[in-house]
Design a protein around this ligand. Structure first.
Ligand SMILES: CC(C)(COP(=O)(O)OP(=O)(O)OC[C@H]1O[C@@H](n2cnc3c(N)ncnc32)[C@H](O)[C@@H]1OP(=O)(O)O)[C@@H](O)C(=O)NCCC(=O)NCCS
Length: 173
């Protein structure tokens, strides 16, 4: 299998990235809500225009992982801070998703290293993220990097109530 590379997303990636966003979210959460809720959430959350806006947003970083010329996953890192982080120099991992065939090969680690690189450049003190309370594989992945629970919040998929844990990793400057 060819090696993967990570680069900032460009507008030319938008359509393919939109499909990867939808597929990876669907594969992760299918069965945890109704099919109608899932389809409504996907079309509301990942319209092409929003993906293009996110790619061009100067306040966030959207990196794609490319393998054999195809996007296999992505990380979106942002600065839109929740109340608990308002007093901190912080970044949020807003989304980190791989397609099934790219999981378990070190690609998640590679995207996380990119986040640490940005955190170093931006001199942030803390990185935080939300993860579904029953997404145990992702929680194990984050704990490997030293992320710890500091709270929780509702994250409904349309009419299906769900709870996300807030995780954070303090960085030593
Ligand atoms: C969360 C997610 C990004 C983590 O990615 P991942 O590929 O599972 O994580 P890693 O990069 O750490 O790789 C996992 C394993 O592959 C192993 N591996 C296999 N081949 C490897 C290689 N060539 N290089 C490095 N590691 C390799 C790693 O050692 C690691 O094993 P370990 O956990 O025992 O250390 C991924 O599981 C995912 O996209 N899940 C679905 C979406 C999701 O839940 N996102 C989170 C929402 S909050």
């Amino acid at each position: 299998m060819s090696a993967s590379t990570i680069r900032l997303a460009t507008e030319g990636d938008a359509e393919e990235l939109m499909e990867v966003c939808k597929k990876s979210f669907f594969d992760t959460f299918t069965g945890t809500c109704t099919e109608l809720d899932m389809q409504t959430y996907l079309s509301k959350t990942f319209p092409l225009k929003r993906i293009i806006d996110e790619i061009n947003d100067q306040h966030c970083w959207l990196f794609v992982l490319v393998q054999a010329r195809k996007i296999g996953g992505y990380i979106k890192i942002g600065r839109h801070l929740i109340a608990e982080m308002k007093e901190r120099k912080a970044l949020e991992i807003e989304r980190l998703y791989l397609l099934h065939e790219c999981i378990g090969k070190g690609n998640g680690n590679a995207l996380m290293q990119k986040c640490f690189e940005i955190a170093g450049q931006e001199k942030v003190e803390v990185i935080y993220l939300g993860v579904w309370e029953h997404n145990y594989r992702a929680q194990k992945f984050y704990s490997k990097f030293g992320f710890e629970v500091f709270g929780q919040h509702p994250f409904p998929i349309e009419s299906t109530p769900q709870t996300d844990l807030w995780l954070k990793k303090e960085l030593t400057l």
